[in-house]
Design a protein around this ligand. Structure first.
Ligand SMILES: [Zn+2]
Length: 908
């Protein structure tokens, strides 16, 4: 076929607008700031921390492969002072070294040309130990048992903070071997990626034992005597295999561990003294997960050991350092007597996610941050798949279908990503990343959750075995190296004989996702368009959709929808038709009225996955103003009675969201009454007390209902919570772990000053991070303005680990009904609060506090505040906050106008 020249030109223009089709990994073409002529191959690093003033001294020798003659060396370094430098033993004048703090680069001009070949760079440097989880940081904590105040050290390097610890080629494609040596107190345990190679007691250089020291900083004449230094030791770790700089790790302190063995791999759970035994559950789960992954990936775990390390502060989540994964304590330690079932599940899911990274991320690493989803989307999908395999009763995939309710931790994955992806502020999974701030901003719902959803849809389209074979090919071909998305598609195409890259492009290279309209009169005709919320004139886009559908009761069928329209064959006019079987696809479905009526009649015959998917789509259509609120609530009222966890939690989350939206509205009380009437029958069936032989998820649903009804002002539930709280004060064991968070939260939400003080006192006393979180979360819910201010003030103290302290403010903003007071407080104390935020959160913190407002004027306020105060890198987050406020304001108006009629006509 002959194509006219103009069409060619147009095609070319469209291609370049969409972005060039990505190529497989090629080191020379990988983005980044560092020149590619000089490649480090081995680092030997020695670090001596100083705990008196939170600084450190370091030295390193880096073996370099110089690929062509150069006149300077360019590498990363930030907040490091270079004290000495030499190349091949020849000293360089330190004064000539340029440190560019903005670009985070060090430039070392060389006196003469450095020829191609092998060379060695040696540097001496000093740096600081941070309060927040960035580079090398310290944590203060209260020791279990003794209650003594202690300090320990940890590191957090992803995305771009290894350069705060040692000067390095800190871009993922610069893989090298790293050998670390550290000097720490003799009674400390030091942990890194690899096992300890040698340990030497020091006497002299870095801290002679027993010699009195003088502190001259006090200004007193002659200084005052300090206690003698403890003996120090030098710990040297074995060198790592070639890996990216950001997966290095160093943790040290007064630590304990428990261990086990899986084949050749030693697994340990490491925690502060007195807490290691709480790692038993994680240790057993790790062994199970490791065996599963060794098989799934086809390449066994490549390091001699795997440490799971619990940190009592510094950061909130977990980090997949190769061989030494770090976790915030409450995401790793499980106390069978005091931890809830929700905590147990959360620990498993995080473990499975982080351990998947040992292959996807560490063994095979994305070439550049524009492909971060290869790490995070994949680990999110793999982690859930593995969790489901061993724990089907948790209904993990189902829980991902639940809409966003910011007060709840679980069940927000797919829906949260879809809610964000429908807005004007979304972005493609793959997007260009030029700066460090952009790399840190890439860690968002789209990268993790949309990536996860797309992989799940793709797996179900290609088939589980074919998909796994593709992954095995990919790992085998790229181990100890880097990749782009194209490498993954090529491996999956080879395994499946399908053009995976073509199907995937619409999902990873363009923003948003489709809604599929079903028209029954037109005989099974379906049509796709972009699904948007609060986004007028969105550019239209087209997707290749792996559609699944079934006539209710029949066998599911698959169709790859490549055009705007398609026809589903053999659909009898009188039978209900359900698209997106089990909700495994990342698209919405909008049914015409005859189809919807047939589905409503068929509800009892649908599986819970399909019912929850219908509810999620119905609620999304209401949010998008494509349907009135009665579409959703009409469906809810027709649901068969059930105590199914996911189905009821879907309703709980929607009711919780609307309840939050209506703060200050005269409709709120009436809505709360209606909402209670929807939830009460299920709570009446379950009752307060566990029954023998009840379904495995009954306990969790009971806890969810207590919390939901409590927040909906249910007087019986409130009285029940108060009564149980009083008993708990006298006999803590009287309140089962699953009840603690909901009962404390309800009591806290309606607290008077006396109750607030009691909760605070308990929070100060406990050494359990989980209990501590429950108490402070309860404080954050208090709605009396005087108490709101008291809670906020805690964020400036060191009562809580830094990462928790800053989230206390967000928690108050969303749980107290007073986001205004939280914002005034944050504004007045922004500098002190930001000093506690890590790199990934820095651009988000201030804008995120605005997302709980439903008043349009706040949108202008955050814009003005950002212009004056925030770094330009915050702009995308500010745009999201503005969009969210506008969405909430519009949605609230719509609901307020529709609710009275809805509630009146409701059967309840
Ligand atoms: Zn991850």
């Amino acid at each position: 076929m002959r194509v006219p020249r103009l069409a060619f030109l147009l095609l070319f223009l469209i291609r370049s607008l969409v972005g060039a089709v990505e190529k497989p990994f090629n080191f020379n073409e990988t983005p980044g700031k560092l020149p590619k002529e000089v490649v480090p191959t081995e680092y030997a690093i020695r670090i001596v921390p100083n705990l008196d003033n939170f600084t450190f001294a370091g030295s390193e020798t880096v073996k370099l492969n110089v690929r062509g003659p150069v006149h300077q060396l360019v590498l990363n370094g930030l907040e490091l002072k270079i004290e000495a430098a030499s190349v091949d033993g020849k000293e360089l004048p330190v004064s000539a070294i340029k440190a560019d703090n903005e670009k985070e680069l060090l430039t070392l001009p060389l006196p003469s040309e450095l020829a191609a070949g092998d060379h060695a760079l040696t540097l001496g440097f000093t740096g600081k130990i941070n309060q927040q989880g960035q580079g090398l940081f310290y944590m203060r904590y209260q020791e279990q048992g003794s209650g003594a105040r202690k300090v320990m050290l940890g590191t957090q390097f992803e995305a771009t903070d290894a350069r705060r610890f040692f000067p390095c080629w800190d871009e993922p494609a610069f893989r090298a071997r790293f050998q670390l040596a550290v000097v720490v107190p003799g009674n400390w345990l030091a942990v890194s990626n690899m096992p300890i190679e040698s340990e030497t007691l020091l006497n002299g250089r870095d801290g002679p034992p027993g010699r009195p020291r003088l502190d001259t900083s006090s200004g007193a004449p002659g200084g005052r005597a300090l206690p003698p230094r403890k003996p120090m030791k030098e710990v040297r770790f074995a060198p790592t295999p070639p890996m990216s700089s950001y997966v290095n790790v160093f943790v040290a302190g007064e630590l304990d561990f428990i261990q086990s063995q899986v084949g050749p791999t030693q697994i340990r759970v490491i925690a502060t003294k007195g807490k290691a035994e709480l790692g038993r559950y994680a240790l057993d789960a790790s062994a199970e997960i490791l065996k599963y992954y060794n098989d799934y990936f086809g390449v066994p775990y490549p390091l001699p050991k795997l440490d799971q390390i619990a940190l009592p502060g510094g950061f909130g989540g977990a980090m997949e350092n190769w061989g030494g994964i770090t976790y915030f304590e409450s995401t790793l330690l499980f106390d069978p007597k005091n931890s809830s079932a929700e905590t147990k599940q959360h620990i498993y899911e995080v473990l499975a996610h982080e351990m998947a990274h040992m292959w996807f991320g560490d063994l095979v690493t994305m070439a550049w941050w524009d492909n971060l989803w290869l790490n995070e989307g994949f680990a999110s999908w793999m982690g859930s798949k593995c969790t489901v395999y061993f724990n089907p009763q948790w209904e993990v995939w189902l829980a991902r279908e639940l809409p966003r309710d910011p007060t709840r931790r679980t069940g927000i994955a797919k829906e949260a990503a879809m809610e964000g992806d429908a807005r004007s502020t979304t972005h493609p999974i793959q997007q260009p990343v030029a700066t460090e701030a952009e790399a840190n901003s890439a860690f968002d719902d789209i990268t993790y959750k949309k990536g996860q959803s797309f992989l799940r849809m793709l797996e179900s389209f290609l088939g589980e075995d074919v998909f796994r074979d593709g992954i095995r090919r990919y790992i085998a071909a790229h181990k100890y190296s880097n990749t782009t998305t194209a490498d993954l598609w090529n491996a999956l195409s080879d395994a499946s004989n399908k053009s995976v890259g073509e199907i995937a492009a619409g999902w990873t290279e363009q923003p948003g996702f489709p809604v599929v309209n079903v028209k029954r009169e037109a005989d099974g005709k379906v049509r796709q368009e972009r699904f948007t919320v609060n986004f007028e004139n969105a550019p239209p886009l087209l997707w290749q959709i792996p559609l699944t559908y079934s006539v209710v009761g029949g066998t599911p069928a698959t169709l790859l929808m490549t055009d705007k329209t398609a026809t589903l064959k053999n659909i009898p006019a009188d039978r209900a038709l359900k698209l997106n079987v089990n909700g495994a696809g990342n698209y919405r479905v909008e049914y015409d009225e005859p189809s919807w009526e047939l589905l409503l009649k068929a509800l009892p015959k649908l599986g819970v996955e399909d019912r929850v998917n219908l509810m999620s789509d119905a609620w999304a259509l209401v949010q998008a103003a494509r349907a009135p609120a009665s579409l959703y609530f009409g469906l809810v009222e027709k649901l068969p009675d059930s105590t199914d966890l996911a189905e009821r939690e879907q309703i709980i989350n929607v009711l919780g969201f609307v309840n939050g939206l209506l703060v200050g509205s005269s409709e709120r009380e009436r809505f709360q009454r209606y909402a209670r009437s929807l939830l009460r029958p299920t709570f009446a069936t379950l009752g307060w007390e566990p029954k023998p032989n009840e379904p495995s998820n009954a306990g969790r649903l009971r806890a969810s209902l207590i919390s939901a009804l409590g927040h909906l002002n249910d007087s019986e539930v409130l009285a029940g919570c108060r009564e149980r709280f009083q008993k708990y004060l006298a006999h803590p064991a009287s309140l089962p772990p699953d009840f603690r968070a909901p009962v404390l939260a309800v009591v806290g939400g309606y607290a008077d000053e006396k109750t607030w003080n009691k909760l605070h006192e308990l929070g100060l006393k406990t050494t359990s991070i989980e209990d501590q979180q429950n108490y402070y979360n309860a404080l954050a819910g208090a709605s009396d303005p005087k108490l709101v201010k008291k809670t906020l003030a805690i964020a400036l103290t060191d009562e809580l680990p830094t990462s928790r302290a800053i989230f206390l403010v967000s928690r108050v903003a969303r749980d107290s009904d007073h986001p205004d007071i939280a914002w005034e407080f944050a504004k007045a104390n922004m500098k002190a609060l930001l000093a506690k935020v890590d790199a990934a959160g820095a651009n988000r913190y201030a804008p995120s506090l605005f997302t709980f407002f439903s008043n349009g004027s706040r949108a202008d306020e955050i814009k003005k505040y950002a212009e004056k105060t925030l770094a330009p890198a915050s702009a995308p987050e500010v745009a999201k906050a503005v969009d969210e406020i506008q969405f909430r304001a519009g949605f609230r108006d719509r609901l307020v106008s529709q609710l009275p009629a809805l509630i009146q006509s409701g059967a309840k």
